[in-house]
Design a protein around this ligand. Structure first.
Ligand SMILES: [Zn+2]
Length: 433
């Protein structure tokens, strides 16, 4: 009886290691992808060389399918048949743990290879974020294992690792001055206080955000968009990816006061010398618009209500504009403050920088402004433009509560507001005077 299945695969090297970025390079031996019932599939190297002709098959195609009768594949299939038979025997006997000791090691990539692929697969504008995510992942591995992250296999990313790391981080808060090495030794000796997963503690928000960054490197989005072929070779890492977040205090984690003040000052500077930047800034930080909404807003979105100009943000099929939740989203209305009125009066096209090209307007918000805000708020903030929106939402939340904040931000559910926006009590007064 045959148990399980396998396929032959040609394994590309990480894109960052190709001599020519347009010419794929592959590992020289056939990889065998093994699948036993109810077991994660695994890739193992057969050590059987792939011939030049099979290597030359175009990248999107699988030479095992394109040239099934090629002579180089016979020995690889023979190897795979034997391997599958041996594994099937162990599987039938219920000795799945023994599979690990069988022959070659699993070919899970190293964390270093993963980093290279992740960073290499990112568009340039996202690489700063990628580096922050990788730094978080490396820190978690290094602080918990005491060894450099890059040479280790991604298999080290287990639920256990994440739990140990969280426990060490919580302990570090209570035992200031201890080194990571000391904390690890205490953990190993059973001398650390148990991980507290039920109470919001200071520091939990940081622990959560570090984990979120680290998971971004191996999560579904990374596998789909950034890791290229390496994404297929990653084990599921379910335990590491699905571990619950620690409860964190919400509603009162302010931006440092000097940071908030510096942001206000930046807004004021723009207001005087670069009014188009200020306009976009005020629409996001004052009204709470998404960056895309601020960029899309047009003159005819302004209505006179009770003698006051009001910006109405809603689905605008005639402009090719749809709100994020599209069907569910309701129109939102924003009073236009006097300083803004002076700027936008009479504009018929786009409200923000109507004189610039599409690319120019997008660069203004997503690159230039974003870069200048980044200098003020530092590298820890994930998305600078969303920080502005977050500030507007949080100010509303503090003043009028969750429902009001959800309405301002245009969230279909106020739970979203709670999850994403309530942890900043970043009140930026008089941004939009
Ligand atoms: Zn061949």
């Amino acid at each position: 009886m045959k148990i399980g299945d396998y396929s032959l695969r040609r394994q590309p090297k990480p894109r960052s290691r190709w001599a020519d970025p347009h010419r794929p390079e592959y590992y020289p031996a056939w990889t065998v992808r093994l699948q036993l019932p109810a077991r994660p599939r695994r890739d193992v190297s057969s050590k059987v060389p792939i011939c030049e002709l099979c290597l030359a098959v175009p990248q999107k195609m699988n030479p095992a399918k394109e040239r099934p009768r090629c002579r180089c594949q016979g020995p690889a299939r023979k190897w795979a048949d034997e391997r599958l038979r041996a594994e099937g025997r162990l599987w039938r006997e219920g000795r799945v743990d023994a599979l690990r000791g069988l022959g070659e090691r699993s070919t899970s990539p190293s964390i270093g290879a993963l980093f290279d692929a992740y960073e290499g697969g990112m568009p340039a504008r996202m690489q700063a974020g990628a580096r922050r995510n990788m730094a978080a992942l490396a820190a978690i591995v290094e602080q918990t294992t005491g060894k450099a992250a890059r040479p280790q296999s991604v298999d080290v990313l287990t639920k256990r690792l994440a739990l140990d790391w969280m426990q060490i981080r919580q302990a570090a808060r209570d035992l200031p001055g201890r080194t990571d090495r000391e904390l690890r030794a205490m953990l190993a000796a059973g001398d650390l206080q148990a991980l507290q997963t039920d109470v919001p503690l200071a520091g939990n928000a940081t622990i959560n955000s570090m984990l979120t960054k680290a998971r971004a490197v191996v999560g579904r989005k990374a596998r789909t968009y950034y890791l290229g072929d390496l994404g297929d070779r990653l084990p599921p890492l379910t335990g590491f990816l699905q571990l619950s977040r620690l409860p964190a205090k919400v509603g009162h984690q302010a931006l440092p006061e000097e940071t908030a003040a510096a942001l206000v000052a930046l807004g004021e500077r723009w207001k005087k010398s670069e009014p188009e930047k200020w306009l976009a800034f005020a629409m996001m930080a004052g009204m709470g618009l998404r960056p895309s909404e601020a960029l899309a807003a047009r003159g005819h979105w302004l209505e006179e209500i009770d003698g006051q100009p009001v910006l109405v943000v809603k689905n605008r099929p005639e402009d090719g504009f749809w709100l994020k939740a599209r069907a569910k989203a309701r129109a939102r209305r924003y009073a236009v403050p006097p300083a803004m009125q002076a700027l936008v009066r009479g504009r018929e096209g786009f409200l923000v920088a109507p004189g610039l090209s599409k690319t120019g307007r997008s660069n203004l918000v997503y690159r230039t402004m974003s870069g200048e805000i980044r200098k003020v708020v530092g590298d820890d903030v994930k998305d600078t433009n969303y920080l502005l929106r977050k500030a507007a939402g949080s100010a509303e939340y503090t003043e009028k509560g969750k429902e009001a904040a959800a309405a301002r931000l245009g969230h279909a559910s106020s739970d979203t507001t709670e999850r994403h926006y309530a942890d900043y009590d970043a009140v930026l007064p008089c941004l939009v005077g």
